[in-house]
Design a protein around this ligand. Structure first.
Ligand SMILES: Nc1ncnc2c1ncn2[C@@H]1O[C@H](COP(=O)(O)OP(=O)(O)OP(=O)(O)O)[C@@H](O)[C@H]1O
Ligand SMILES: [Mg+2]
Length: 365
């Protein structure tokens, strides 16, 4: 799977940009604030249906303009596919896939598989649990449509239950319905997360061992807020009982205190918890192993090679880590942004297409 070309109209700082991409390596060069990350955002948006930077689509419309349009063409094996998104300042975005309207952006999720790696991701081990949950959600949504569905229903019910808990004189006639729904979808989420983390731990363990020349062994542990039960029905029943037990406490705190919205993952290297005791270098290597594991997992689950976006991440890694990364990315189409012309990077990818960005336009290299 690879993206062949893109066209951006009034998207972020781009008035009009049209460019083709290399099937393998694309290096996007440019000084700060020229539009490198914006270009990656355009690619990500058309692949996944949403931005990795903002929840407000209108922010991506060029200042002073009413609407933006992004068109992307990709090749999946021998099939061509095209996506077109129109973002409007005052209305919802519209999406077309191969010329046909797409009602929900989630329908795009499995279309073009994409992994983004930015300096932000290097902090995943140390960041708040929410970042790690976002990571799980983002990945599982791409590889399992059922996960998206369960997460959507779970979150919707959670909002309803929390709104109820905040009311002055709560009418509890719907409480049991919400608890039943949370248990039903929450149990599914726990099961899918458990399986996902087991698999990704396996892949990242292998990669981590190889990056560190077997000096370090990495293991990821799932820390579900509601204990994992192997049997699906038992899981749902247990969830239901736990949420019922928590009711008094929930009412006092005016929020739902139990459920997968409180889950976390721990990273262990040689048995030591990296969040509390890892050195910065170790934490970064864990993050790198995790990202590369994502590509392996996508390959295993879908049979496809994901497209990798590396936003400013090369300069954050030491030479050894950079080399490892370059060496493993033989099969995937990659987009690398960089502010300084890094000779080492250019010589590692002699065939790469160089795209020099200056103030929202492509300059001659
Ligand atoms: N909606 C918008 N309309 C017009 N310009 C915008 C909009 N949103 C962001 N910009 C501008 O786009 C410019 C380029 O942003 P971008 O994040 O792509 O830079 P970059 O090339 O990745 O820089 P860096 O190397 O610092 O990461 C910024 O100066 C920003 O102010
Ligand atoms: Mg940038």
């Amino acid at each position: 799977m690879f993206i062949t070309d893109i066209e951006l109209i009034n998207f972020r700082n781009y008035k009009h940009l049209k460019t083709e991409f290399d099937q393998k390596v694309n290096i996007i060069l440019g000084q700060n604030a020229q539009g490198k990350t914006n270009l990656l955002e355009g690619i990500y948006l058309t692949s996944i249906g949403r931005s990795f930077r903002t929840n407000h689509d209108s922010e991506m419309v060029k200042f002073g303009e009413e609407q933006a349009k992004i068109k992307l063409q990709a090749k999946k094996e021998i099939l061509d596919t095209s996506i077109e998104i129109i973002l409007r300042r005052d209305a919802k975005k519209s999406i077309k896939k191969d010329g046909v309207n797409v009602r929900k952006s989630s329908e795009l999720l499995e279309n073009i598989l994409i992994v983004i790696f930015s300096p932000e991701d290097l902090k995943i081990v140390k960041d708040e649990p929410e970042k790690r949950r976002k990571f799980i959600d983002r990945e599982l949504c791409q590889i399992q449509p059922l996960y998206y569905d369960s997460l959507y229903h779970y979150k919707k019910t959670l909002i309803q239950r929390n709104t109820y808990l905040k009311e002055e004189n709560p009418d509890n006639s719907l409480l049991d319905l919400w608890d039943t729904q949370l248990a039903k979808y929450g149990a599914k989420i726990i099961h899918m997360r458990e399986k996902f983390i087991r698999k990704i731990s396996n892949f990242s363990g292998k990669i981590h061992g190889s990056i560190t020349n077997r000096k370090e062994s990495l293991f990821l542990e799932y820390n579900p807020n509601i204990l994992y039960k192997e049997d699906k029905d038992e899981q749902e029943g247990y969830f239901y009982d736990e949420i019922k037990k928590a009711f008094r406490n929930d009412l006092r705190l005016r929020t739902t205190t139990r459920g997968p919205h409180k889950d976390d993952i721990s990273f262990f290297v040689n048995g030591i918890n990296m969040r509390s005791f890892g050195s910065q270098g170790q934490q970064r290597t864990c993050a790198l192993s995790l990202k590369l594991a994502e590509l392996n997992l996508i390959r295993e689950e879908t049979g496809e090679e994901a497209i990798l976006l590396l936003d400013d991440v090369m300069s954050e890694l030491d030479v050894e880590r950079q080399e490892y990364l370059i060496k493993t990315l033989k099969e995937n189409q990659i987009f690398i942004t960089t502010a300084d012309i890094d000779r080492q990077l250019l010589s590692s990818f002699p065939e790469a297409k160089l795209i020099q960005i200056e103030n929202g336009t492509i300059a001659e290299v």
